[in-house]
Design a binder for this molecule. Structure first.
Ligand SMILES: *Cc1c(COP(=O)(O)O)cnc(C)c1O
Length: 399
């Protein structure tokens, strides 16, 4: 019930003027540079990414939330060159698989700084991570808590709780995270069994444009901390997850605005509680442009279609679930509604429908997708025989 009224409040506050949200200008990779790169050499779709921007973003994240250590979510962009920069900047990491673990160990990241945040891990994966020295394991069910305990009895476990994903462009709450009743059961069982259930985590939804989600989630986490202490557990890790948004088409709250909400909520937690976050998108998205080409155009039943040489299977997948990218071109004709398909023959391979784009776009034209450094190349497959996008990484002088 308490949640309800706070959501109502959020609704009103969630239609602010863009200017109110933009307390700090958002950075983005220089467009002219991207155009030049496309002209120099084009063999297949590519992501071009400036790691100076990644550095800029992690520093800004830290400044906005001094008590929170960022543990980068590797899945957003697992390119080694990106990971290296984040290691240099002192980031920790969050993984979902042993392949991600190996990637990080190969870069010299200490296992103790790697958090295993996938709520469903195979026995083999847990055993492998344990042998490599990973200490922290997420759980969101009794079964997983027991499984981790059986394989690594001294594992430090943290509980993923369900929290509102309202206002997130890519909600995650339908899958992982336990409710209040299940949380009680898991906590009680941990205390009884001697499981070191020592933390709480949540994910407010990816590309979350509603700062209120963090406030509500922190309150829920605090209630659980209290319960854990009451039954004799020693809660000492608060992991506030990812979800920090980047600029596309819709207005977003700045990281400083979200930071103010988080910092306020953190006051309820004792000083000796370790606080981490798992930003993925926020750290890498702005650093890159995804570049592809118009493969061809067609009129079907009176509708204008164009097909790009990269679609859902080639890296441009997030637009299919409500995220709107800023798409730039070299054309200046009046906008008309285009439906954009990928190059494959699968009927799900539709990137966007009725998107206003210049009427004079034609075969061979470049398409530049801004702020696409996250969740693009990481998702790409070679389905239907089309190549994986190339990833070009560089570091400019001034990020
Ligand atoms: C994907 C994921 C993240 C990163 O989310 P972003 O929205 O990219 O910040 C963090 N934590 C977990 C457990 C995730 O699955």
């Amino acid at each position: 019930m308490g949640d309800r009224s706070s959501f109502a409040k959020t609704k009103q506050a969630a239609v602010p003027q863009e200017a109110v949200f933009d307390t700090h200008a958002e950075v983005s990779l220089d467009f002219e540079l991207v155009r030049q790169a496309a002209r120099q050499k084009y063999t297949r779709p590519f992501l071009i990414l400036d790691t100076a921007i990644v550095r800029n973003k992690i520093r800004r994240f830290r400044a906005a939330m001094p008590r929170v250590r960022p543990h980068y979510a590797v899945k957003a962009n697992p390119d080694r060159r990106v990971l290296k920069v984040l290691v240099q900047e002192g980031a920790g990491f969050e993984i979902a698989s042993t392949a991600e673990l190996d990637l990080l160990l190969g870069l010299g990241v200490p296992a103790a700084e790697i958090f295993y945040s996938n709520p469903m891990k195979s026995r083999d994966s847990i055993a492998y991570a344990a042998a490599k020295g990973v200490e922290w394991y997420v759980v969101d069910s009794l079964e997983e808590s027991r499984r981790v305990f059986e394989i690594k009895p001294d594992a430090k476990q943290y509980l993923r709780i369900a929290t509102p994903n309202i206002g997130a462009d890519w909600p995650l709450s339908g899958k992982f995270g336990c409710g209040v009743g299940d949380a009680r059961e898991i906590v009680t069982a941990a205390a009884k069994t001697g499981i070191d259930l020592a933390g709480v985590t949540f994910h407010v939804g990816s590309q979350c444009r509603n700062p209120e989600n963090w406030r509500v989630a922190l309150e829920k986490a605090k209630a659980l901390f209290d319960l854990m202490a009451k039954v004799g557990l020693k809660p000492r890790l608060l992991n506030i997850g990812g979800g920090f948004p980047v600029r596309h088409v819709k207005p977003i709250p700045s990281i400083e605005t979200i930071g103010a909400v988080v910092n306020e909520g953190l006051k309820a937690f004792p000083e000796d509680v370790e606080v981490i976050a798992e930003p993925g998108r926020y750290l890498v998205s702005d650093a890159g442009y995804f570049v592809c080409r118009v493969l061809g155009t067609a009129t079907r039943a009176g509708k204008r279609w164009m097909h790009w040489d990269a679609g859902l299977f080639g890296g441009v997948i997030e637009s299919s679930e409500g995220l709107r990218y800023r798409v730039r071109t070299d054309r200046s004709g009046p906008d008309v509604a285009w439906t954009v398909g990928g190059p494959t023959c699968d009927s799900v391979d539709i990137v966007m429908r009725d998107e206003p784009l210049p009427s004079d776009l034609q075969e061979g034209d470049f398409i530049y997708i801004q702020n696409a450094g996250a969740y693009t190349t990481a998702y790409a497959s070679q389905f239907n025989g089309f190549p994986l996008p190339e990833v070009r990484v560089f570091e400019s002088k001034a990020g």
